[in-house]
Write a protein that binds this ligand. Structure first.
Ligand code: GAP
Length: 435
């Protein structure tokens, strides 16, 4: 990582903490490695991202429905899915300092920290285990799910039988997943607890390649619509040696993070692997009956699997900017209005002459539709800068002219241009620009 880019990560992490986007988990106890908490602005940003995903994947389509499955599932699920056997990373230990590393991340035979000798690689399962009920024995082991996908597969028949959906159709879910990563790193990029936004699309075998291509394009476009710069996005096709145990073909959507090009989302052709395995392990027929052709078959699955936290990091990294304005550095987050935590800042120019009362009224009227922030303290320039730093697209200022002609100034975050808008037209004005 170049110095400039590592600086950029430091700046993002520091802004996130300073302004209440993301904090280290359990900070007052020294923090818990690789766990993070979303603060008042971070939770809004993440919710907006998840809502944009849900809207485009579920609400705006008639062929995809939602699901919210439990995190704890029957342990057999993870035998059937292949995770008990195959969800592992090769790990090596340093014989001297006892540190652990992923075998593919250490070159040669010597510890990158102390230079000690490393053990042979052995497989380490990434699933978190816990116990269900009062007895802590083998029989009560359950896992925290390492992906949300399995909750969808085991509900395939429930959804099919309770709706009137016909293949092709999809089931979407947003939820937490857990992986005991050996080397979590890069802030919220790779953590042990994270959130996935996954969609499983059930198709007739033979049409899978076509749907795979469809979803690949569709998902790439979603990031562009979220305001991510297209030149920072690309596809990466998995070679034979990279494919997960369930996939016949896979593409990653990658983003150029400050630490390099990395996976943001995976699009996989999972074939009939998952449903066949669940049919075998549960003894329940998972075949679909096509009443038009009278055929019975196990559907193929095209999966789109995105990380909510990784998308937050992408949006933060892509939006961060520093500009020189009148000899000072302005930090500005160029969030797309759809994800910006606060949509409009409302200020009285000064704290007298009835301006705060008018500004409060405007705040109330806008709050019905959008997340707004009222601020009357400090110089107006400083208040604008504070909103720039958290990516608020617009600020409304009530000044002495407002009291005469009922207009306010609306300032645009990106251009810093101001225009006068009649107070009673503000809702319409923002509707055109924010929704
Ligand atoms: N169901 C398929 C699946 O889970 P994956 O490629 O292992 O596929 C999908 O994960 C996405 O989940 C990744 O592209 C990433 O965005 C997110 N993800 C995976 N592991 C993560 C971690 N440790 N921390 C944060 N996000 C993670």
């Amino acid at each position: 990582m170049g110095e400039k880019q590592s600086n950029l990560m430091d700046k993002i992490v520091s802004l996130c903490r300073r302004r209440g986007f993301i904090f280290q988990s359990s900070e007052i106890y020294g923090g818990l490695d690789s766990c993070y908490d979303y603060g008042p602005l971070g939770v809004e940003l993440k919710r907006n991202i998840k809502e944009a995903w849900w809207r485009s994947m579920v609400r705006e389509r008639e062929d995809i429905v939602g699901l919210d499955a439990a995190i704890l599932m029957h342990p057999k699920v993870w035998e059937a899915s292949g995770h008990v056997e195959g969800f592992t990373d090769p790990l090596v230990d340093c014989k001297q300092c006892k540190r652990r590393f992923r075998a593919d991340e250490v070159e040669g035979k010597r510890c990158p920290v102390c230079g000690g000798e490393l053990t042979e690689a052995r497989q380490f399962n990434l699933m978190f285990k816990t116990f269900m009920g009062p007895v802590e024995d083998e029989a009560s082991i359950v896992y925290l799910r390492p992906e949300t996908a399995q909750g969808i597969y085991v509900n395939f028949l429930n959804v099919l039988n309770s709706t009137r959906l016909k293949i092709p159709f999809g089931i979407a879910q947003i939820g937490k997943a857990f992986r005991n990563e050996i080397t979590p790193r890069n802030f919220i990029f790779r953590t042990r607890e994270f959130e996935q936004m996954e969609m499983q699309f059930f198709v007739k075998p033979g049409t899978d390649q076509e749907w795979f291509e469809y979803w690949r394009e569709k998902r790439m476009q979603w990031y562009i619509d979220l305001g991510i710069r297209p030149q920072k996005l690309r596809f990466h096709k998995h070679g034979e040696d990279e494919l997960a145990h369930y996939a016949a073909a896979a593409y990653d959507i990658q983003y150029e993070f400050p630490f390099g090009w990395r996976e943001l989302e995976g699009i996989h052709n999972r074939t009939d692997f998952d449903l066949s395995r669940h049919m075998q392990y549960s003894g329940k027929d998972q075949r679909y009956f096509d009443d038009a052709t009278r055929e019975r078959y196990i559907p193929y699955i095209i999966e789109t699997s995105a990380g909510a936290d990784r998308t937050v990091l992408t949006v933060l990294a892509d939006a961060y900017d520093e500009e020189e304005v009148e000899g000072e550095i302005r930090i500005v987050m160029h969030f797309h209005p759809k994800v910006a935590p606060i949509k409009v800042g409302v200020f009285p120019l000064v704290k007298r002459d009835g301006m705060p009362e008018v500004a409060r009224k405007i705040e109330q009227s806008l709050r019905r539709y959008w997340m707004v922030f009222y601020d009357e303290s400090g110089a107006i320039g400083r208040r604008y800068r504070r909103q720039d730093e958290i990516g608020t697209p617009y600020c409304v200022t009530v000044d002495s002219q407002t009291l005469q002609d009922q207009t306010v100034t609306v300032r645009d975050r990106d251009s810093m241009q101001q225009e006068r808008v009649p107070m009673d037209r503000l809702v319409e004005y923002f509707r055109e620009r924010l929704d």
